[in-house]
Design a protein around this ligand. Sequence first.
Ligand code: C5J
Length: 246
Amino acid sequence: MTSTASAADATAAALSAGPATALRVPARPYDFEFDPATTALLVIDMQRDFLEPGGFGESLGNDVSRLRTTIEPLTRVLAATREAGIMVVHTREGHLPDLSDLPPAKLRRGQATLRIGDPGPMGRILIRGEYGHGIIDELAPLPGEPVIDKPGKGAFHATELADLLAGAGIERLVVTGVTTEVCVHTTVREANDRGYDCLVLADCVGSYFPEFHRVALEMVAAQGGIFGWVAPCADYLAALASLGVS
Ligand code: C5J
């Protein structure tokens, strides 16, 4: 076989390769296939600081109640994902108490009423270990589920996430959390550039701005899935149901 022929064969094989044990989710722009053994659920920044009054989100002038519609569907997704034995990874945005991992530009940004590190009703704003930095009770990580602490918007920047996923043989990500156009979008873009196929569950991601949410999801699936796939959680749950998961 010539080297040109073998390169063409390898490309054809890569293009046709799907997951070994494929489940199929109807999605935009086309069906998303995944093998539970090589897929992880990412739950991004479902923290009190973003979802409850008195935290970082509200200090920037946002209506935090807008994000709370994600809690009920995400609770069901989390339960079914755990039952299916799929890896679950949580993230939290926040900073060290001495602010040594906080770029001055991020501190200055936004002219917030309370800035990162200031004392607020739920402890120091967006600081690791404070009550407001914690994940909301409804979605509390189970013992053994990794929780990635990230100083930036993307979950890969300055974290151990890439090594964790590589070590677990993960190839595809189901992405949930807040906010759609900021930390979810940044993470999906980072993951896409690292070779992960990402399915974003539209009703399990949320934004303070309905229009940003809508357009951010459009952007993921546009141009043949330039960043990934988008589907409602019901279709992901239906795929898991084929495994006998309730
Ligand atoms: C923001 C996030 N919006 N988790 N963080 O600052 O999306």
